[in-house]
Design a binder for this molecule. Structure first.
Ligand SMILES: C[S@@+](CC[C@H](N)C(=O)[O-])C[C@H]1O[C@@H](n2cnc3c(N)ncnc32)[C@H](O)[C@@H]1O
Length: 195
């Protein structure tokens, strides 16, 4: 299955956005609530309707960036949050994004890309992080669909992708998932490895 810009645009245009919680994911909200440094530059890849980015902005973080391949998704956040700096909303393929960030927040993006791209995802994440930058968020921890997103996996499999590039501080079952995802998510916190 080709997971193209057209595929994702169609999902948004037909309102087939079952992944969208309509609000920030509670584990990510809890994580953000203990961040002190409002100067952090933060990327939300595959942000979709970008409730995480909107939340960060409302909490006083200014260097918040979204990248999404779907122009429709980017248009959604532009119209929902008109004061979001438009030069921080990138309609682009994540794998072609340039720049570096202190923190990247994962929320149903990893499960949305082709499974063959998982190693490239880990490598690209490391490239997009500043020295000792962090990749934090949620991954599904059970097998899901084989023929269309969301694609699941296991902790054992994930460690293989990330270990070459990250010190994995946390990759544990998530205790505060939303009810429909309870027992099916892991919370991740990884620090980019030094040279
Ligand atoms: C399952 S949705 C999740 C959206 C959002 N994170 C959420 O939880 O509501 C996956 C998102 O990733 C975007 N996406 C898929 N492949 C991408 C790529 N290569 N680069 C950037 N965005 C991509 C899609 O357009 C879609 O918005």
């Amino acid at each position: 299955m080709k997971l193209t810009e057209e595929y994702w645009n169609n999902c948004y245009q037909s309102n087939d956005t079952r992944w969208d919680l309509g609000k920030i994911s509670p584990p990510i909200e809890a994580y953000i609530s203990q961040l002190q440094d409002r100067e952090l530059s933060i990327l939300i890849p595959g942000g979709g309707n970008s409730h995480e980015a909107e939340h960060l902005l409302s909490k006083g973080f200014k260097d918040v960036f979204v990248v999404d391949i779907s122009p429709f998704a980017i248009a959604n956040i532009k119209s929902r949050v008109p004061h979001f700096p438009s030069n921080q909303l990138h309609n682009k393929d994540f794998f072609k994004l340039n720049g570096t960030f202190d923190l990247i927040i994962e929320q149903t993006f990893f499960c949305a890309i082709d499974k063959n791209l998982r190693s490239s995802y880990a490598k690209k994440m490391a490239e997009l992080l500043n020295s000792e930058g962090k990749l934090v968020g949620l991954l599904f921890s059970t097998p899901l669909n084989e023929d269309h997103p969301p694609y699941g996996g296991t902790i054992k499999e994930y460690i293989g992708y990330f270990e070459p590039y990250f010190n994995i501080e946390i990759m544990d079952p998530c205790y505060n998932s939303i009810e429909p995802r309870s027992g099916r998510e892991v919370w991740i916190k990884m620090i980019k490895k030094g040279k």
